[in-house]
Write a protein that binds this ligand. Structure first.
Ligand code: GLN
Length: 200
């Protein structure tokens, strides 16, 4: 029998919460800090936190290139919040000089899209894949996806107050899943289950 093991990038941010949920779901989970720890994993979660710090630490630990190879070779990867920013092909609203992105997801994200308005908020999010039961989504200084390539599937959108446009807050492209909010901070594990299905 082969077991599925999902790694959680543990350089900075909310990695412990993801590990805990995966283990509660009966999925083997490993914290990942070094390139060789990617070997043997079936999927990887890049958590929320602070994308600039996470990218700097990843550079220092020699993780950027191995992560790019991981994502571009089609291994299942889920980025939440800061993790979603790092998976984007393009980011706006970055700090001066920008930051290294891992890329792979053909979208443009705005790093602090909601943070400009209010630091954090929670909403009942309609997610087509989840049917009639909305997902209670926690947004913390959250990014949004402001442009998507045609082959990216938008899984959830919201219309910010005072904004005439909807922005995407969850998307999928092949083996890549991205959420602008923090599913690891609530007791509803449907996103973790969705990712586990992508992995197996
Ligand atoms: N906006 C933050 C960033 O730039 C992400 C916030 C989060 O992960 N909660 O990294």
């Amino acid at each position: 029998m082969t077991t599925t093991t999902i790694g959680v990038l543990a350089l900075q941010g909310a990695f412990r919460e993801h590990v805990k949920i995966l283990r509660n779901l009966g999925i083997a989970a490993e914290e990942v800090r070094k390139p060789d720890q990617l070997n043997g994993l079936n999927g990887l979660i890049i958590p929320g936190g602070e994308s600039t710090s996470m990218a700097l630490i990843a550079e220092r630990w020699g993780m950027i290139e191995p992560l790019r190879r991981w994502v571009h070779s089609g291994r299942p990867t889920w980025g939440t919040c800061a993790g979603m920013i790092l998976l984007a092909e393009q980011a706006t609203g970055q700090k001066q000089g920008g930051q290294a992105l891992i890329g792979g997801l053909d979208v443009t994200v705005n790093r602090n899209y909601f943070g400009r308005q209010v630091d954090s908020f929670e909403i009942e999010l309609t997610v087509k894949a989840f049917g009639d039961h909305p997902f209670h989504a926690v947004f913390i200084r959250a990014p949004a996806i402001t442009a998507v390539a045609p082959h990216v599937e938008v899984l959830a959108e919201i219309q910010p107050a005072g904004d005439s446009n909807q922005v995407a807050v969850a998307a999928r492209q092949g083996t890549i899943l991205a959420t602008a909010f923090h599913p690891e901070l609530t007791q509803d594990h449907r996103w973790h289950q969705m990712f586990a299905e992508m992995v197996s």
